[in-house]
Write a protein that binds this ligand. Structure first.
Ligand code: NCD
Length: 317
């Protein structure tokens, strides 16, 4: 089982819904797939995945497509409202109802918080699983799974780590999901590095209070850089800023300079969900700690594991 079960159908809507054991099962299965991807090439033969993307996407949409194709399945769907009846004003609920009539699974990305949950409630009537590809600033569960898959791949564990999250901590859904994921495993230290106006959302902060995470807030990365195991950088989520003036005020304030890299441990990882804007200059790509493209590639294995589980049935060895 992955995620929440509504009636007979399982959906992956949020990291909040997952238990540590379920997360470990997905990571272990993705690891097996990564070792021998061709072994799984007929797992979803004859199945169709619908991609319903109301927001722009490169990695999430294309890695879901790749994952489905690598499992032997097929894809349908849309990547913007252009050319669909959304332009005529069709609702989310009617759109999901139609896709649930056509396909065996749906991945949804939508600007509203709660959108994936609503889609799951609609699609479960047809016993069609829904996977969130990002719900507004709320959560992005498959991104967090590929993030922690990458962390575990390098450190062999998901506890006892010193992690720094830098950039837009307020509107970035990848930050919310990653924090919730890390909070399920042992004790980790989290350094939050952001402009004061981009600190964590209050509801998330309250939820994390109940967990094992030790949270430290700072505005200055140089105070912590030499101690961290994982530096996770995000772009400012310009499209979610309520006031464009705020974006103008804070843009460019959190950039990783090559001079800072001198202090980073050799064994550290620099991660980013991508796309980057100006937070990580291109010169940093050549540093061995820069692993954001490996991280993005791992998204295919994680999404193969999730699709196999939700659309196909049980894990195979
Ligand atoms: C992220 C997203 O859409 O939330 N992108 C992604 O899926 N890799 C991060 C972002 O857009 O900044």
């Amino acid at each position: 089982m992955v995620g929440i079960q509504i009636s007979k159908t399982s959906h992956l809507i949020a990291i909040r819904d997952l238990k540590e054991q379920e997360i470990v099962e997905i990571l272990d299965y993705a690891k097996l797939i990564k070792q021998n991807p061709s072994h799984y090439h007929t797992r979803l033969k004859g199945r169709i995945l619908a991609l319903a993307f109301w927001e722009p996407s490169t990695r999430t949409r294309l890695s879901f497509e790749t994952a489905m194709l690598r499992l032997g399945g097929s894809i349908t769907g849309f990547s913007s409202s252009t050319g669909t009846s959304l332009e005529k004003g069709e609702s989310l609920s009617d759109t999901i109802t139609m896709l649930a009539n056509y396909a065996d699974g749906i991945v949804i990305r939508h600007p509203l918080r709660g959108s994936a949950k609503l889609a799951a409630e609609i699609a479960q009537k047809f016993e069609v699983p829904v996977i969130s590809g990002g719900s507004g600033s709320q959560e992005h569960p498959t991104q967090a799974l590929l993030d922690i898959f990458t962390i575990r791949e390098y450190f062999g564990r998901l506890s006892g780590l010193n992690v720094a999250l830098m950039g837009d901590l307020r509107y970035s859904r990848t930050i919310s999901s990653l924090l919730l994921a890390l909070s399920k495993f042992g004790r980790n230290t989290i350094n939050l590095i952001s402009h004061p106006s981009l600190r964590l959302q209050e509801d998330l902060r309250l939820d994390l209070k109940e967990t094992n995470l030790e949270i430290i807030e700072t505005e200055n990365i140089s105070e912590v850089i030499s101690d961290i195991d994982v530096l996770y950088v995000t772009r400012l989520q310009k499209e979610r800023f309520p006031d464009p003036m705020l974006y103008q005020k804070v843009k460019g304030s959190y950039q990783l300079h090559t001079s800072l890299l001198k202090s980073v441990k050799d064994t550290s990882l620099i991660l980013h969900p991508l796309p980057r804007v100006d937070e990580i200059p291109y010169e940093i790509d050549r540093f061995p700690q820069a692993k954001y493209f490996t991280q993005a590639k791992n998204g295919v294995y994680i999404r193969m594991a999730i699709l196999d589980q939700l659309l196909g049935g049980n894990f195979v060895e």
